[in-house]
Design a protein around this ligand. Structure first.
Ligand code: SAM
Length: 232
């Protein structure tokens, strides 16, 4: 369970009402039951439920069971698509260890709005489900052009480009990272965006194979390729 609170042995920690309700109503846990918690900074801790009900509750923190594990230094930049598929991208990126998730508006972006708080909550749930000790940061929607204007060239952009043709790329041949994977919207990037990306020294275009993948599939495929070849 993710707890946004400092964790230390012997300390009580308050539970928000939604979390307390989840533990008692959904998980059917009772006072005295054990649970593993993390706060994204201090590793994983064993805790005991003191009380949990509809109006809130508290935990008693016991001992640290695993050290803090930092995320791989990987970012994902993507153009939001339909709500459910945007949720899917954020969830899978969090499961696959992206440290920072950056939704961007592009010339052909399908969705002009996101609910950053909802997406951040999906990232928390994904981190809880895969046993991580950190939660990726989901940024607010921003224009791709603004992101590129301020881009620090020390981080390289792995641009998944369906026009890069040929078999899926071998990332081991690329210059050293850290990396930010870039996935375009359903309609792809516009000519001016493509020209801009092609002109940037910090960008490497890569193929994910000869088929045109849906943006959500492409995000998972690129994250998998990165994890298989460069990840930890
Ligand atoms: N422009 C395309 C079109 O309408 O024909 C489709 C874009 S595709 C549905 C969405 C995004 O997924 C692309 O912008 C790209 O980032 C990524 N993508 C899809 N298939 C890919 C492939 N085979 N190799 C690399 N990237 C791919």
């Amino acid at each position: 369970l993710f707890i946004d609170h400092p964790l230390a042995a012997g300390q009580p920690v308050p539970l928000a009402s939604a979390q307390a309700h989840y533990l008692s109503g959904v998980m059917r846990l009772k006072p005295g039951d054990a649970i593993a918690v993390f706060n994204g900074r201090d590793g994983e801790w064993a805790a005991q439920i003191e009380q949990a009900g509809k109006r809130g509750g508290s935990l008693q923190i016991a001992e640290r069971t695993a050290p803090q594990r930092d995320p791989p230094d990987l970012w994902l930049i993507f153009a939001p698509i339909k709500k459910a598929r945007t949720d899917f991208i954020v969830e899978k990126a969090a499961e696959m260890g992206a440290a920072r998730i950056l939704p961007v508006q592009t010339d052909f972006t399908n969705s002009e709005r996101i609910r950053q708080d909802r997406l951040q909550a999906h990232a928390v749930e994904a981190a809880e489900q895969c046993g991580g000790t950190y939660v990726p940061q989901v940024e607010d929607l921003q224009p791709l052009s603004r992101l590129l204007d301020g881009w620090d060239a020390r981080r390289r952009i792995l641009w998944a480009d369906e026009a890069a043709a040929g078999p899926a790329a071998t990332l081991a041949d690329l210059p050293a990272g850290p990396w930010a994977i870039l996935i375009g919207p359903e309609g792809g990037f516009s000519d001016s965006e493509r020209a801009r990306l092609r002109g940037m020294d910090s960008v490497s275009r890569v193929s994910l194979g000869p088929r045109i993948l849906r943006a959500d599939t492409a995000a998972v495929a690129a994250l998998t390729l990165w994890q298989a070849e460069l990840g930890d």
